[in-house]
Design a protein around this ligand. Structure first.
Ligand code: C2E
Ligand code: MG
Ligand code: MG
Length: 610
């Protein structure tokens, strides 16, 4: 029948069968057959090997197969078979079996549906071991998952590094690096029409750090960061660019007024107290604003910084906008500061002297040395032209020192000319008074006792002076240098300060002095200052004595000494030397009071009017 069907000879058929058996044996593929209506299977020897039955019977109860199946795969394998049966088509499944030695193997099974001679539904199929493939595949999948997880971790750490490079660890805000990059991007962004930069600097932050420690400083910065962020939209940028400096970039805000409102809002948020433990910390802020169309926004950061400088200069706790005039002023100011820094070294700072006389005898009892700057282009400058800049740029101490050195040198020259110069008062700034090296520097000058007095010009500190200032003042007194309080009554120095400081003298401010000729009340005020000073054993000098009438009244109310245009204008060294000489000569002859009066009268006409 086979011969007829295939058209082959028996010999050819046997040969084909042998080759097929060899191929199956080599491939280790088992062949099975199953008549669905019967509870047994037909297995070839290779099937027995696959299932490790140790048998070779061609007929096998279907239980043998069922029992070998892995319990977890039983249901699915059954379903696969049922599906093939229902559709009377191809069977394709993969499942695990458990060998008698408990080893688990993966088998792949494929079969064709057919009906046998009596019409029973049957399958004939092949089965082979795919354990190695499955395990390899599983290994590949797990390797792939590991590689993917590694890539994710790598990406995360790259992002973390990038984030750290762009952000401030304390507040979590972007830093300067990020800000510069974003600003450059925004300038090129066609959807950005205007850009505004708000430069915010906290006022009073250093004090919090000094007084409450760094943890309090950190808490303040974190709270400031949160408050600024809350005041702007999520699109805007806020970054921390330095210790207590923040920069906010806003785009397409529209108008100056709107910006002003936003800046004021930030200010008021920052002014609210910050809770730190049981303490409530108080800070403020200064804000500089620069605003421009994005196309010309190249200098916004620098411009906002200039505006900020101006806000601080005008007393802090305020908002200032950048203007080109501001920049020009600042430029001129910086140039002046640069020149002023060199001025003491180039001997351009020199003292003018203003005579102080005894209120009754009108004898010369003192000189006040007042700084003048011989500017190479601008000529002789009064303190009004340079002291503010000096203070802003921290140059006052150098100027004070230069004036003192020159005054000591002038005094030595006068002495060598046979003159007997009176004590010289020099002005000393708060900055110099707080200088830890001040005393050592003074000692090096070998100042004779009782010839120099220091006028404290920034008496603001006197109510709450720090320890260094107090120690320096004590050391100055010990060196035989008098302490005087300048501008007393101008609002800075208080009585408490006076009691604490125990100065040698106080100088009643010109404002109070001027009015004594017109107001009885003012006269009584000056008189009571004199009384208090007396009680404290402090001498009194009246400043700004402009007329003879002033001089008379001030002497009447008890002032010890007088200084002012009525007595003499501030004058250069040469003129003062001449005055001292003639005063000295005349005092040998006639009454001292009369001679001093004549000398100062002529000096008034000659001297530089300041
Ligand atoms: P001050 O120490 O109160 O000096 C008195 C100022 O009043 C001087 O101005 C003086 O020229 C002026 N003055 C004197 N008599 C009269 C008068 O009768 N009428 C009027 N209207 N003014 C009179 P100056 O020299 O321009 O100095 C101004 C301020 O600059 C000084 O006020 C002082 O605070 C400060 N200063 C001057 N030299 C120095 C210095 O070497 N170091 C420091 N730190 N400050 C100085
Ligand atoms: Mg003075
Ligand atoms: Mg004064």
């Amino acid at each position: 029948m086979a011969e007829a069907a295939s058209g082959r000879t028996e010999e050819e058929f046997q040969d084909l069968l042998r080759r097929l058996e060899l191929a199956l044996d080599a491939s280790q593929i088992g062949v099975w057959q199953h008549n669905v209506n019967e509870a047994e299977l037909l297995w070839d020897p290779q099937m027995h090997k696959l299932y490790g039955t140790g048998m070779s019977d061609r007929k096998v109860p279907s239980d043998v197969w069922m029992n070998a199946l892995h319990p977890e795969d039983l249901e699915r394998a059954g379903k696969d078979f049922q599906a093939a049966l229902d559709s009377r088509s191809f069977y394709n499944s993969q499942f695990r079996i458990i060998l008698p030695n408990k080893e688990v193997r993966y088998l792949r099974s494929r079969a064709h549906f057919y009906e046998d001679l009596d019409g029973s539904p049957s399958f004939i199929g092949a089965e082979w071991d795919v354990t190695a493939d499955v395990l390899l595949n599983r290994e590949l999948i797990s390797q792939k998952a590991i590689a993917e997880a590694r890539a994710v971790a790598l990406e995360q750490s790259r992002a973390r590094i990038e984030y750290a490079a762009d952000h401030d660890y304390l507040t979590g805000l972007p830093n300067r690096r990020y800000l510069d990059r974003r600003l450059a991007e925004l300038r090129k962004d066609p959807s950005v029409e205007t850009l505004a930069v708000l430069h915010i600097d906290l006022d009073g932050f250093k004090e919090i750090n000094d007084k409450w420690g760094h943890a309090a400083g950190d808490a303040t910065l974190q709270s400031a960061a949160a408050r600024i962020s809350a005041a702007i939209t999520a699109n805007d940028i806020v970054s921390r660019v330095g210790g207590d400096e923040f920069v906010t970039v806003l785009f397409n805000v529209g108008s100056d007024e709107k910006l002003q409102t936003i800046a004021e809002d930030i200010l008021s948020r920052l002014r609210r107290e910050v809770r730190f433990g049981n303490e409530m910390l108080r800070i403020g802020a200064s804000i500089g604003v620069a605003f421009s169309p994005s196309s010309s926004a190249g200098n916004l950061l620098a411009e906002s910084d200039i505006a900020l400088f101006q806000a601080k200069k005008l007393g802090r706790n305020r908002v200032e906008f950048f203007t080109p005039e501001l920049q020009a002023d600042l430029h001129a100011e910086r140039r002046l500061a640069d020149q002023l820094r060199l001025a003491p070294v180039l001997r351009q700072i020199e003292p003018f002297y203003q005579i102080q006389v005894d209120a009754r005898s009108r004898c010369i009892v003192g000189l006040e040395a007042l700084a003048r700057w011989r500017h190479p282009d601008k000529g002789l400058l009064n303190p009004a032209a340079f002291l503010k800049v000096a203070e802003e740029y921290g140059l006052t101490a150098e100027i004070d020192a230069a004036v003192l050195r020159r005054a000591l040198a002038d005094r030595a020259a006068w002495v060598s000319q046979g003159l007997a110069p009176p004590r010289i008062a020099v002005n000393i700034s708060g900055r110099r008074l707080a200088d830890p090296d001040l005393i050592e520097g003074l000692r090096a000058l070998r100042i004779p006792r009782r010839v120099i007095a220091f006028e404290l010009v920034e008496t603001i500190f006197l109510d709450d002076p720090d320890d260094r200032v107090l120690a320096n003042i004590a050391a100055i007194k010990e060196m035989g240098i008098d302490i005087e309080i300048d501008d007393f009554g101008s609002g800075h120095a208080s009585l408490i300060g006076l009691v604490k400081l125990k100065p040698k003298r106080l100088k009643i401010d010109r404002q109070l002095v001027t009015a004594v000729t017109v107001s009885e009340e003012q006269r009584r005020l000056v008189a009571s200052i004199v009384d208090i000073a007396r009680a404290l054993n402090v001498e009194v000098i009246a400043e700004g004595v402009e007329t003879e009438e002033h001089a008379r009244i001030l002497a009447e109310v008890g002032c010890d000494e007088l200084q002012g245009y009525a007595i003499g204008y501030p004058s250069p060294e040469g003129e003062i030397a001449a005055q001292l000489k003639s005063a000295q000569a005349q005092s040998r002859g006639r009454s001292v009071a009369a001679s001093v009066g004549r000398v100062t009268g002529s000096a008034k006409r000659r001297s530089n009017r300041s």
